[in-house]
Write a protein that binds this ligand. Structure first.
Ligand SMILES: Cc1cc2nc3c(=O)[nH]c(=O)nc-3n(C[C@H](O)[C@H](O)[C@H](O)COP(=O)(O)O)c2cc1C
Length: 172
């Protein structure tokens, strides 16, 4: 695969299992926040929990989210050309589990969840530490994920500190 001027080789070649496990062990040392990334298209509003979120530009203000190609939210972001990033607050682990451990393909994840629509129509959750409303500017394929890059067109902050990712909250 070409990536800028570099050609990237996949890690999992014939001897790759060992390398993959080393890489995974290193990745487990990464630190993350916990975000709920949402979108609305036609009559469906959906969101997923994402840890792989980062700011990628000052001017214009850009944020990137890595969303698995099989996720329902992936299709809504691609179709709507917009998404929201909700920065979960301390004490919102249950919300992270709600949006991260089941798919909106199997039911309406927003039933009973308080939210409003941002300027793009994407969902903004109540009580979060902060939120961004974004216009999709690029989508880059990255293995089994797509890196969606959004320009922030609206944002807000709450008064609670952000939730820090702890794998034991989700995977036992
Ligand atoms: C803490 C946590 C972090 C996650 N991070 C990501 C992520 O960065 N990218 C991703 O595609 N899925 C991530 N997931 C998995 C999705 O949230 C999950 O597959 C979700 O059910 C997809 O929902 P959807 O099909 O309704 O879009 C994460 C799940 C949890 C619990």
């Amino acid at each position: 695969m070409r990536c800028g001027i570099f050609t990237m080789k996949p890690l999992w070649d014939r001897k790759g299992r060992f390398e993959m496990e080393k890489a995974n062990a290193a990745f487990r040392k990464f630190t993350y926040g916990v975000y709920v990334v949402g979108a609305r298209h036609a009559d469906r509003t959906n969101a997923l929990t994402c840890a792989w979120v980062m700011r990628v530009s000052h001017r214009p203000p850009l944020v990137a989210v890595a969303v698995g190609k099989t996720r329902f939210t992936h299709d809504l972001i691609a179709a709507s050309g917009a998404f929201s990033v909700n920065v979960l607050a301390e004490g919102q682990v249950e919300l992270a589990r709600h949006f991260g451990l089941k798919s909106g393909r199997d039911g309406d994840k927003f039933a009973g969840i308080p939210y409003r629509e941002g300027r793009t129509g994407s969902p903004i959750l109540e009580g979060v530490a902060a939120w961004l409303d974004c216009r999709l500017v690029e989508g880059f394929p990255a293995g089994d994920h797509t890196i969606f890059v959004g320009e922030v067109i609206d944002a807000g902050i709450g008064d609670r500190p952000p939730l820090i990712y702890d794998p034991r909250d989700y995977w036992g």
